[in-house]
Write a protein that binds this ligand. Structure first.
Ligand SMILES: Nc1ncnc2c1ncn2[C@@H]1O[C@H](COP(=O)(O)OP(=O)(O)OP(=O)(O)O)[C@@H](O)[C@H]1O
Length: 602
């Protein structure tokens, strides 16, 4: 793609952001025209003033002129202030709108998108990058137009005063065009690379802060600092290159302006001596020349700024386009009730980031409404993948998942997920109060009583009441201020308040102490009542109650049955898994394991 076409493509989506504000901007541009007109008229007024004074105009004329000028200056100042406010406030609104649009678009993306993109980088795009457009789209665009207008109007005035002197100024035109192209292109490229490095800085910082325990426990502070400072150094290099570019431009501008003034004064002096130009005309010519050359060279700088903002926001617009094409499921139709048969029909699946390895192979399973299904299998067997597909995070590569007689591909994922509650293995909590974390699960407004009921059912009421701030106690980032067992139970309360038709439990891998375990199991029994439940079981001792246990290996189902049925087959994978876990807990300290041990020996 050539440079102009590429630039047009970059400009169009940005200019489209101005559309909703077109009337407001129209007023601003009108004010801009007025102020530019005033600015252009000044030197002529001064020329008139000087020549009239030399010609012997009286004091009364002087007073009248001064009064008129004062009014004009006043109107100009007000128009300028209003114009400035209108442009600046429109810029702020556009940026806020774009930021909201970016955030909402990102939130709607599927999980595969977030596996490709980095959260820290996206956050940086959302804040720093978008900020670049704040000034550019309005104030600077206006300045660009105003400067262009002044350069053009000034040129017309120069020609009308003295075509001969104006010819001398013509040499500036190619210089200005060359500067604009050169500075603009480089500025855009530098800005793009700088923002890319900045985004990487955010990503590093976000990863390090989020995993601070790991960083400190593995004494990786020095390495982390080095990676970060190396990146900021690279960012700095790009900034310095841009600064050098602008400094060079500044020097060139100063030189061109001074040289132009010198040539004008010299040549103009000759013309005044020859009486082909009045002193007033020369004065106004010099003023116009200064104004025009200043405007012309400022155009280069402004253009450079524009290109900087375009380069810096390229990724934002790329992401919006990518996201827009990927996110098709929003248009899908409604979703039927999940309180009916869920059917995995010969489902195979391969993660997009790992195309060479199938995570599920010909997975077939019918789940009746209200049934309690446990998925078991070694790590990597594909249990979480089943859940990922059921939640619509990914679509099957082959086969289909049916809800009643509807293919899940055609249902509205939002409506589907509204009927599901998920209790994760390592539940993610938000850094707000316990109350708000529970409320997060609710589909509609819930009062405190309902939250308390869910909390009691989830067995958290007792420990929460021991905190001085009770339910208003903050849980810290990702819930670090709660124990693992407490977090799980808060997550259960959050699931309960949702009143889901389908409950998905990803059981914690490590056993809790006997008391916490008992409280957790009680809470789980309550939340499962009357709902279809799928449990990813890591500790087989906790799922003996399941209606059916689905035993998985390498993405396939190898056995299905109740605990009692499966345990009888001593050659079966389930028996081996159980025996493996029993060997790991050879001391038999876990009371539920003892129960299993007994059933093994039956
Ligand atoms: N997002 C992903 N991208 C690529 N491959 C993945 C992804 N998630 C899982 N896998 C791979 O898919 C296979 C099945 O993983 P899955 O997480 O479903 O196993 P699991 O049975 O839930 O394991 P665990 O009990 O350890 O949680 C594994 O080989 C895993 O490496």
């Amino acid at each position: 793609m050539n440079h102009e076409a590429d630039l047009r493509q970059a400009l169009l989506p940005r200019l489209a952001l101005l559309r909703p504000y077109r009337w407001r901007l129209a007023v601003s541009y009108l004010l801009l025209l007025i102020t530019a007109g005033f600015q252009l008229a000044y030197p002529s007024a001064i020329a008139l003033f000087i020549d009239q004074m030399i010609a012997g105009a009286g004091w009364s004329w002087l007073a009248l002129m001064a009064a008129i000028m004062l009014v004009i200056i006043g109107v100009h100042a007000v128009a300028n202030a209003l114009r400035h406010y209108l442009f600046a406030s429109t810029g702020s609104q556009i940026v806020a709108g774009l930021r909201n649009r970016f955030f909402m678009t990102m939130l709607r993306q599927n999980i595969a998108f977030f596996e490709r993109e980095n959260v820290g980088e996206l956050t940086n795009r959302l804040t720093t990058d978008i900020d670049l457009l704040q000034e550019t789209l309005t104030t600077e665009l206006a300045s660009l137009l105003q400067t262009a207008l002044i350069a053009l109007g000034g040129a017309v005035m120069l020609i009308s005063i003295s075509p001969v002197l104006s010819l001398l100024m013509l040499v500036l035109v190619p210089v200005v065009i060359w500067t604009m192209r050169k500075v603009g292109g480089q500025s855009r490229q530098l800005a793009n690379m700088r923002q890319e490095r900045l985004a990487y800085c955010s990503r590093l910082a976000q990863e390090m802060f989020a995993n601070i325990r790991l960083v400190q426990a593995f004494t990786q502070e020095r390495q982390a600092t080095k990676r970060f400072t190396d990146t900021t150094t690279e960012t700095l290099q790009y900034s310095l290159s841009a600064d050098l570019l602008y400094a060079g431009l500044e020097g060139a501008v100063t030189f061109i302006q001074s040289a132009a003034l010198l040539v004008t004064v010299l040549a103009g002096g000759v013309l005044v001596a020859q009486k082909s130009l009045s002193l007033g005309e020369l004065t106004s010519f010099i003023l116009y020349a200064g104004m025009t050359s200043g405007a012309a060279t400022a155009l280069g700088a402004l253009w450079g700024e524009w290109m900087r903002a375009i380069g810096g926001t390229d990724r934002v617009f790329e992401l919006l386009v990518e996201a827009g094409t990927e996110n098709a499921s929003e248009d899908a139709r409604s979703c039927p009730s999940l309180h009916q048969e869920l059917h995995f029909s010969a489902v195979s699946f391969t993660y997009p980031t790992r195309p060479e390895q199938a995570a599920l192979k010909q997975f077939c399973l019918r789940i009746e409404p209200g049934e309690k299904i446990a998925l078991v299998g070694a790590s990597g067997a594909g249990k979480s993948t089943v859940i990922n597909l059921l939640l619509g995070f990914y679509a099957p590569t082959q086969g289909e998942i049916r809800i009643g007689d509807r293919n899940m591909q055609s249902v509205n994922l939002r409506e589907l997920r509204q009927q599901v509650a998920l209790v994760e293995q390592e539940p993610a909590l938000f850094s707000c109060s316990i109350l708000d974390n529970i409320r997060y699960g609710a589909l509609s407004d819930v009062d405190e009583q309902q939250i308390l009921r869910a909390a009691k059912d989830a067995n958290i009421h007792e420990f929460v009441n021991q905190f001085p701030a009770g339910y208003q106690t903050g849980v810290g980032a990702r819930g670090v201020q709660l124990s693992g067992g407490q977090k799980q139970r808060v997550a259960i309360a959050r699931a309960l308040i949702r009143n889901p038709k389908l409950l998905i439990l990803d059981e914690a891998t490590s056993a809790l102490d006997a008391d916490s375990e008992q409280k957790l199991q009680q809470a789980l029994q309550r939340v499962m009542e009357g709902r279809t439940t799928i449990i990813i079981a890591h500790r087989l001792s906790t799922i003996t109650f399941a209606d059916r246990i689905v035993v998985m290996r390498d993405g396939c189902i190898v056995q299905i049955g109740t605990h009692q049925e499966l345990i009888k087959n001593r050659e079966g994978h389930y028996y081996q898994l159980i025996a493996g876990q029993m060997a790991a807990c050879a001391d038999g300290s876990d009371s539920t394991n003892l129960a299993i041990a007994e059933s093994l020996h039956d």
